[in-house]
Design a protein around this ligand. Structure first.
Ligand SMILES: [Zn+2]
Length: 146
């Protein structure tokens, strides 16, 4: 994965419950391989997360997770923290599990047959495409035997 961070911010504050909260936010441009054609998918990814800092593991574990919104986590943080690592973690978490083009441009060249078969609309046309690499392969094998 290639990524270029265009903007990020880490903020610290004390919330109404006297808890230390770190907020990571920003956005970055990243490139992922498409699950269909394996070509690069260019994406702009935003991330935003609040981390409530607790000084011990037991305190962090005892925290009422139901009281948290989707953007907030509780972490145990006994001493110094590496903000760069945390920021990297947040960026990785924000990345999609699977990337795909809205429409793949080079499907015929690089799409694996098993995934191709899942696309129903033009299944027949694609089935023809699937044959081609194997036809080539047998030509190559014949050529080698000579
Ligand atoms: Zn694609």
């Amino acid at each position: 994965m290639g990524a270029e961070v265009s903007e990020w911010e880490v903020r610290g504050r004390v919330n109404a419950k006297s808890e230390c909260v770190l907020t990571f936010s920003g956005h970055f441009a990243a490139q992922f391989p498409c699950v269909i054609c394996n070509g690069p998918v260019h994406d702009q990814i935003r991330f935003f997360r609040n981390l409530i800092l607790k000084t011990s593991e037991s305190e962090a574990d005892a925290y009422d997770q139901d009281a948290l919104d989707d953007d907030t986590d509780v972490v145990c943080c006994a001493g110094a923290v590496n903000l760069r690592d945390w920021l990297e973690d947040e960026m990785l978490l924000a990345c999609p599990m699977f990337s795909r083009h809205e429409t793949c441009e080079h499907v015929a060249q690089s799409q694996p047959p098993e995934i191709r078969a899942l696309q129903e609309d033009t299944a027949e046309e694609q089935a023809l495409d699937v044959q081609r690499p194997f036809a080539n392969l047998s030509d190559l094998l014949k050529a080698r035997k000579k």
